[in-house]
Design a protein around this ligand. Structure first.
Ligand code: SF4
Ligand code: SF4
Length: 506
C-alpha cells in the first residue's frame, strides 16, 4: 500500500446559481495577464449545453484522455507504437482546440461612453478584440455562451451528454431547457492518472505526492501543447504571449497555508467544499483499466479509510504528518464521495481518475412532479421517492455526465438526497409521514447520523467545516521532482513512489 494524499474539491450542483464569482476571482488572481485573456482556469457552464471550449466532452473530436488497447492504457491522442507515436504528432496536432473553439477574447470600448460627442444617439461601447485590438463586428462566442443563449435548442442539442438518450427523452430537451437548467463549475481535476502529465514530451508536468496537485514547470515547457490535447477536460491552456502552457494550480500558495482556494472561498452559493483524501497509489493503473461502468466504484475502493489503523500506519511510514491524517478524518470529500456515496466524478470514462466530485442536482424532480400533476405539491400523495427516474432532466443524462452512464449510481445519490429532504420536511413542516421517512432511510441505508451530516455539510456548514485544508510543512516534503518527469512521460499514474525520492536538502 502506497498511501498518498489528495486535495479534492466537491461541488453541490443544486446550489450553484451560475453567478461566475468563482471564475472572476480566479481570473483576477491568476489569469489577468497578456496571453491569458481567453483562459478560464475556473469556468462555469450551463447544462444542457456545449461548454467551454465548445463540445469539449466529445473525445471523438478532441481525443483527450485514455483508451484501453489490448488490455493496456494508452493516450487516445497518440496513434502508432511507442515514441513514433509522439514524433508523428509533435509538429502537428489536428485535435487541438482553436481560439474559435474557446472564443475570441474581447473588451468593450468604454471610453466612447465618456468621450462621444453630443448627438442624437445613445453612445455605445463596441466590442474590441483583445487579440488584434480591432473592433469586432459581433461577439459570437463566450465562456458560457449557452447561458447567454439560455433556452436555445440550437446550442443545447449539441451537448455530447445527450448521446444514448431516447428520441422522447431528447424531445424533452427544449421543454426542460426552457424551464430548468443547471450549472457545472469546472477546474482542473488534479487527476490521479493525468493525461496531461503522461503526454508532455518535455516532462514539464508533474503531480505532487504530498497533496496531489498537478503542476506545470514553465522552465521545462517547450510549448508542444500535448497537455492541451491529452487533457479530456481541456484544462491546460497555451499562453500565446509567453509561448508556455499553464493551468489551474489549485491555489497551492493558499492551500499550503491552510486557506481555501480563491474560487471556493469566493463562491456565493457556498456550493464548494475542500478536503483531503487518502488513496493507494499502487492501485491507480488497475482502477483506470476497469470497465467504464465500474470505474466510479473502483475510485471509491482506491480511496482509503482514514480511520483504519493500518492505513494510518502506512501513511506514517510514508512520512505523513498527523495534521494531514486528522484532516482526512474530517474531510468533506471523504464523506461525500466514499462514506455517503452521494458525490460523483465528472466523466470518469476518460480514465484520468479525476479528483473533484459533484453532488448531482435534485431540484427538478420536485418541480417536474408538481407540474405534471398540474397542481400543488402533496407530500402524502406524491411518491417522490420512487419517481426519481421520471425527473425532468433524465437520469441517463446525469449518468452520462457524472457516472460513465451508470444510472444506478446517480439514482443512489438522488434517493439519498431525497431521503434527507423527507427527513427534515417531516421534522420541520410535518406533512410527510414518519413511515415514509423510515422507509426512505432504510431503503437508502442512511442512518440518522448520516442524514444530519449530509444536511449540515450541504446547508449549514461554517467556513472551517467546508474547508478542511491542513497546512503543509514544505521543508519536510519530498514531492516528485519535475526534472525526473522526462523519464515518466507516457506512463500511467505519476511516476516513482514517494520512498524512492531522496530527502529534500535545504
Ligand atoms: S488531465 Fe486532469 S490533471 Fe491534467 S489538466 Fe486535465 S484535468 Fe487537470
Ligand atoms: S461562485 Fe459558486 S455559485 Fe457562483 S457560479 Fe461559481 S460555483 Fe456557482
Amino acid at each position: 500500500m502506497d498511501v498518498r494524499f489528495q486535495l479534492s474539491m466537491s461541488f453541490n450542483l443544486d446550489k450553484c446559481i451560475g453567478c461566475h464569482t468563482c471564475s472572476v476571482s480566479c481570473k483576477n488572481v491568476w489569469t489577468s495577464r497578456q496571453g491569458a485573456e481567453y483562459m478560464w482556469w475556473n469556468n462555469v457552464e450551463t447544462k444542457p449545453g456545449t461548454g467551454y471550449p465548445v463540445t469539449w466532452e466529445d473525445q471523438e473530436r478532441y481525443r483527450g484522455g485514455w483508451e484501453l488497447s489490448g488490455g493496456n492504457l494508452r493516450l487516445k491522442l497518440l496513434k502508432g507504437p511507442g515514441k513514433i507515436r509522439t514524433l508523428a504528432n509533435i509538429f502537428f496536432q489536428p485535435n487541438l482546440p482553436t481560439i474559435d473553439d474557446y472564443y475570441e477574447p474581447f473588451t468593450f470600448d468604454y471610453q466612447n461612453l465618456f468621450n462621444a460627442p453630443l448627438g442624437d444617439d445613445q453612445p455605445v461601447a463596441r466590442p474590441k478584440s483583445l487579440i488584434t485590438g480591432e473592433f469586432m463586428e459581433k461577439v459570437s462566442l463566450g465562456p458560457n455562451w449557452d447561458d447567454d443563449m439560455g433556452g436555445s435548442p440550437l446550442y443545447a442539442t449539441n451537448d455530447p451528454n445527450l448521446r444514448n438518450l431516447s428520441a422522447s427523452q431528447k424531445e424533452l430537451l427544449t421543454k426542460f431547457h426552457k424551464l430548468f437548467y443547471f450549472y457545472v463549475p469546472r477546474i482542473c481535476n488534479h487527476c490521479l492518472n493525468p493525461g496531461c502529465v503522461a503526454s508532455c514530451p518535455s516532462g514539464a508536468l508533474y503531480k505532487r505526492g504530498e497533496d496531489g496537485i498537478v503542476l506545470l514547470d514553465q522552465n521545462i515547457c517547450r510549448a508542444w501543447r500535448f497537455c492541451v490535447s491529452a487533457c479530456p477536460y481541456k484544462k491546460p491552456y497555451y499562453n500565446w504571449a509567453n509561448g508556455k502552457s499553464e493551468k489551474c494550480i489549485f491555489c497551492y500558495p493558499r492551500t499550503e497555508t491552510g486557506q481555501a482556494n480563491a474560487c471556493a472561498h469566493a463562491c456565493t452559493g457556498r456550493i464548494r467544499t475542500v478536503g483531503v483524501l487518502m488513496y493507494d497509489a499502487d492501485r491507480i493503473e488497475d482502477t483506470a483499466k476497469l470497465p467504464e461502468d465500474r470505474i466510479v466504484e473502483g475510485m471509491r475502493d482506491l480511496i482509503l479509510d482514514p480511520f483504519d489503523p493500518k492505513v494510518i500506519e502506512a501513511a506514517r511510514k510514508g512520512g505523513a504528518e498527523d495534521n494531514w491524517i486528522m484532516a482526512a478524518q474530517r474531510s468533506p470529500a471523504y464523506f461525500l464521495f466514499k462514506k455517503w456515496r452521494i458525490s460523483l466524478p465528472n466523466h470518469p470514462e476518460f480514465r484520468t481518475l479525476p479528483m473533484n466530485f459533484y453532488v448531482p442536482p435534485l431540484s427538478p424532480i420536485l418541480h417536474q412532479a408538481k407540474a405534471d400533476r398540474g397542481g400543488t405539491f402533496d407530500p402524502e400523495a406524491d411518491d417522490f421517492f420512487n419517481e426519481i427516474d421520471k425527473m425532468r432532466v433524465p437520469v441517463k443524462y446525469i449518468a452520462n455526465l457524472l457516472a460513465a452512464g451508470n444510472e444506478a449510481l446517480v439514482m443512489e445519490s438522488l434517493k439519498k438526497q431525497m431521503a434527507v429532504r423527507m427527513y427534515w420536511r417531516q421534522k420541520r413542516v410535518g406533512d410527510v409521514g414518519e413511515g415514509a421517512v423510515r422507509n426512505a432511510l432504510s431503503s437508502t441505508g442512511l442512518s440518522e447520523e448520516d442524514v444530519h451530516g449530509i444536511y449540515r455539510i450541504n446547508s449549514l456548514a461554517t467556513y472551517n467545516e467546508r474547508f478542511v485544508i491542513p497546512e503543509t510543512h514544505r521543508e519536510n516534503k519530498t514531492t516528485v521532482d519535475p526534472r525526473n518527469m522526462f523519464e515518466k512521460r507516457g506512463s500511467v499514474g505519476f511516476g516513482p513512489k514517494r520512498k524512492e525520492f531522496p530527502s529534500r536538502e535545504w
